[in-house]
Design a protein around this ligand. Structure first.
Ligand code: CA
Ligand code: CA
Ligand code: CA
Ligand code: CA
Length: 293
């Protein structure tokens, strides 16, 4: 095993021990009861805002929707700045796992996946959800995806297909229906090798792609590499289209991390793929027929 991968593996192992211990804590996560309905409160707040703050709606657009122009907005002039000692963390809830599935090694990720205010849309006015991969027993044992409510920590659903417990998941709208999908490494239980797989926001299995992947602790990365409007998925040395088809295999060296970063390094409005010290154009150019970019 190359030294860089060994170090990463050890770091992941250390993180697993820490999170595993934390996973033994007693849960305070409970669903909201019928008498204290968070949904109706949320509806009330939302309606109140809509009724009383019409000037804000006019100026800022729909507060439930993502406005691309707001993504990099600066704080308004004169906005209060919190001093360094103003934040006192307080545990809102914790979740103990599901029986023996009580350890976490992959970083949890957050998106709106459920229609909590029952208005027929999933948007910024719903309660964000937490996607976490949980495993039990030995380090790197069989993992399963759980989706938790962000406000109370109760379980929305879990996904029955086994995934890599060490492969970080990703969230993104890869089919352009306005709702994120879950992308993770589904395990081929016959070969014990990972596949890139996608589930809908409600946990419905969508597709899997088996392109000879071998590393269970890598993470799929999403981005529109060629700026054509379709999302690509990069995993290990492969570029996959948004339906699971193999687009290209990159000549990535064995001493590079299998999880890349995507960025437009040369300001040509498409994304380069960076593995450790190597960068490639989205067409694979970078080490075969041209110099690295
Ligand atoms: Ca909603
Ligand atoms: Ca939610
Ligand atoms: Ca979608
Ligand atoms: Ca694309």
């Amino acid at each position: 095993m190359p030294v860089s991968r060994l170090i990463s593996t050890l770091a992941i192992a250390a993180l697993a021990l820490v999170l595993g211990a934390a996973g033994c804590a007693e849960s305070t996560a409970v669903p909201p009861d019928d008498d204290d309905d968070g949904e109706s409160d949320s509806d009330s707040d939302s309606d109140s805002d809509a009724d009383t703050d019409t000037s804000s709606d006019t100026d800022m657009g729909d507060p439930c929707k993502v406005d691309g122009d707001d993504m990099d907005a600066d704080a308004p002039d004169g906005a209060d700045v919190a001093p360094p000692d103003s934040f006192e963390p307080d545990v809102q809830w914790d979740w103990p796992g599901d029986g023996d599935l009580n350890q976490i090694i992959a970083t949890p990720i957050v998106a709106n996946l459920t229609d909590d205010d029952d208005n027929g849309e999933i948007d910024l006015c719903d309660i964000p959800d937490i996607v976490v991969i949980v495993y039990g027993g030995f380090l790197g044992g069989a993992g399963y995806i759980y989706v938790l409510d962000g406000e109370y920590g109760y379980e929305h659903y879990s996904i029955p297909e086994q995934v890599s417990s060490m492969g970080y998941p990703a969230l993104g709208d890869i089919d352009f229906d306005g709702i994120p999908e879950i992308v993770a490494l589904k395990m081929n239980t016959s070969t014990n090798m990972p596949m890139v797989a996608v589930w809908e926001n409600d946990g419905t299995f969508k597709w899997e792609a088996d392109h000879g992947f071998t590393i269970t602790w890598a993470a799929p990365v999403l981005g529109d590499l060629d700026n054509d409007g379709d999302v690509e998925i990069v995993h290990e040395d492969s570029i996959i289209d948004h339906e699971g088809g193999l687009v290209l295999e990159l000549p990535v060296g064995t001493n590079a991390s299998p999880t890349p970063t995507l960025a437009d390094l040369d300001a040509d409005n498409d994304l380069e793929i960076i593995y450790g010290p190597f960068a490639y154009h989205h067409d694979g150019c970078g080490s075969l027929d041209c110099s690295p970019h």
